[in-house]
Write a new protein. Sequence first.
Length: 512
Amino acid sequence: MRALPSPAGLQAVGLRKIYGSVVANRNMSIATQAGSIHAVVGENGAGKSTLMRLLQGVERPDGGEIFVDGVRVDFTNPGDALRHGIGMVHQEFMIAPDLSLLENLVLGEEPVKRSWGPLSWIDWPTARTQGQALADQIGALIDWDQRAANAPVHILQFVEIIRLLRRGCRTLILDEPTAVLAPVQVDELFALLRNLRTQGTALLFISHKIGEVMALADEVTVIRQGETVFHSSVAECTADEISRHIVNGELHHVANDEAPQPQSELLSIASLNARSVNRSHTLHNISLTIGSGEILGIAGVAGNGQNELVECLVGLRPSSGLVTLNGIALSALNPSQRRRHGIAYISADRRHEGLSMQASIETNVVAGSHRTSPISHGGWLNRAAMRKIAKDRLQALDVKYDRPSDPVSTLSGGNQQKLVFAREIATSPQVLIASQPTRGVDLNGIAAIHQLIRDFRDGGGAVLLISEELDELIALSTRVAVIADGTIVGTVKAPASNLPLIGRMMLQGAAA
Ligand SMILES: Nc1ncnc2c1ncn2[C@@H]1O[C@H](COP(=O)(O)OP(=O)(O)OP(=O)(O)O)[C@@H](O)[C@H]1O
Ligand SMILES: [Mg+2]
């Protein structure tokens, strides 16, 4: 696909990027237009993030060309791209948590009031006026004096966007911005992106959710195995058509589910209380049980105690009350002792909790099993056994990688998530605590993970499922407990037919 550079905007033609033996981008072509939202979709490992790194100057292509307003460019670093008006809204923000949002906004680019030799005085009133003017222009409500560490994640995204606008960006790249957001935050982000579009910004937006693409984007590009395979205006194609292009016709359907009757009680939580650092109650009086062969879903508006509950159960946060597994009290046990007793844990934050980013793929996938046979034998590490086990686990979820000895950081985001899941389910736990298990995972990956969760349930395991995807909760859960303001406000049976009730309980709790 060779096209002439478009007169305005950012355009890539036939980009290529190779890592070792992996061709991450084979033949990528894409163009942005002012005042248009361009969605980029494709399976995990298709090459989306790589393409964005090339467009933003983080890495250089091995072939192909990039044009800005019809002129060929060669970015050697992100500063080059910025000077051409192209910026990326990072997932891992370059934000200093202890500074205020205003300080973060101008960090490294402070307006200066006066200089005297090496000293300069920052012009804070000007910084605030500039920030506020841009926030007003795009419709963002920002408390500039808030510490970054206390700001919700979508507000950090807004600050990042304003920072790029302040530096003159006219093309913004967003790599899965909604993966870390709760549904209400997604709505706020979309409102802001629509304002940006109206004001003439060009947006490149990556997502795994076709619903988001249909709701937000003007055009869509599908990439598969490093190539652009489909491009259309969103008005002229259907969600089904896009999905089919993503998977090349190989959409896996999950078989109709007949949940078995839960058996005996496996995990029991009684009167659990936990305090946060500022001594206010974080969790109060939580009592729940999960039976063998049962999936208990936790629904709630983000930030109502979901993470704290999980931390208490896996032993990362002190709590009072009684938690038992098969009648054995867990309260005095540390996280690794709980793991040995059969509790597996999929963290919502895989980069910080689920993975050791600099360690190899195989080390990460066998972590936790490395002291047991057959990997460890009389204190010796059996590398062949380790490699075989790692390979089997990665295969179970079709994780795409080059060499098992490569750092896990070289995996695409969705493949990292699949790896964590494959590792945790492979240890034959009794209880699986799964927090946002399909975050960043593509359509077929979601189907595979859902099937593994059901298989685990059918084998007698108990699952605590925390998800911001109501669809996911409903599809999998036997019962759904609703958490609000640190307490369980009710439990709903047959969740599929009681969706409005769950929604009301989530909101009632939030309003209380
Ligand atoms: N630094 C690197 N070294 C080696 N391989 C890499 C590196 N970065 C990416 N890759 C490989 O390039 C391919 C494309 O990865 P990329 O991150 O672009 O995928 P993606 O489309 O963003 O996927 P996801 O939806 O999971 O985020 C993957 O096979 C990945 O393992
Ligand atoms: Mg990616």
